[in-house]
Design a protein around this ligand. Structure first.
Ligand code: PGA
Length: 253
């Protein structure tokens, strides 16, 4: 299966910075085309800009655009929310749901994340469902229990549609800290998630399992070499074209 490299820009960017980043990415991809799937999940106000820049440059044909969050609601009195249909209209193929920063700072529960995945799927957008344990949970030996509980909620709410999702395992202690899970640590959790998906659907082989948490140009190849790691969800390194291109190259072998 083709690997998937997803950039998560988080709360970063500007019209000028986005254009500079995409221009550099286009140059790099022109010189060395990607043999993996690539998506950048941008702040919502920049989706149209990034989609337009992508459409204008043939070297960026491989690039898909994604959102970072989606409402469970289709429309109505929900100030500040963005619906899956709106994301779709702006050219999104993917949307991140349940990122640990949203679980932590916005109180998103497993059930809410599962409903967000459902809203994305209903609009034909692939949800990138994030799961991951905190440092305290890992130290208490609860990693498996936590990620399985988080994924179970999504499986429960989405039934057979689960084969259309992407799952990102992001240990919270590895996000933005420079502390990456070792390839073996990541693989061990990915194997657990793979088994859980296999038990849920006979289509589990199509579900991509990404690793995220301080993935960078130096460690991407060894993480991506693991049998159950099908790609990466990349924060900081996705904002530097040279680094993001190196990760894309590591996923293209
Ligand atoms: P990081 O972020 O690569 O900066 O650790 C990953 C993420 O939060 O998706």
């Amino acid at each position: 299966m083709k690997k998937l490299i997803a950039g998560n820009w988080k709360l970063n960017g500007s019209l000028a910075a986005n254009e500079a980043l995409l221009t550099e990415l286009a140059q790099g991809l022109q010189a060395s085309p990607a043999a993996c799937d690539v998506v950048v999940c941008t702040p919502a106000p920049y989706l149209a800009q990034v989609h337009a820049l992508k459409s204008a440059q043939s070297a960026l044909a491989v690039l898909e655009v994604g959102g970072q969050d989606v409402s469970t609601q289709a429309s109505g009195a929900y100030t500040g929310e963005i619906s899956a249909a709106m994301l779709k209209e702006l050219g999104c193929r993917y949307v991140i749901v349940g990122h640990s920063e949203r679980r932590q700072y916005h109180g998103e529960t497993d059930a809410l994340v599962a409903d967000k995945a459902k809203a994305a799927l209903a609009a034909g957008i692939t949800p990138i469902v994030c799961v991951g344990e905190t440092l305290a949970e890992r130290e208490a030996g609860r990693t498996e229990e936590v990620v399985k509980r988080q994924l179970a909620a999504v499986i429960h709410a989405n039934g057979h549609c689960i084969s259309e999702i992407v799952v990102a395992y992001e240990p919270v202690w590895a996000i933005g800290t420079g502390k990456t899970a070792s390839p073996e640590e990541a693989q061990a959790v990915h194997a657990v998630l793979r088994a859980q998906l296999k038990a849920a659907t006979d289509q589990s082989a199509r579900i991509k399992l990404l690793y995220g948490g301080s993935m960078n140009a130096a460690n991407a190849a060894s993480l991506l070499a693991q049998s159950d790691i099908d790609g990466g969800l990349i924060g900081g390194a996705a904002l530097k074209a040279a680094d993001f291109l190196k990760i894309i190259a590591a996923a293209s072998v």
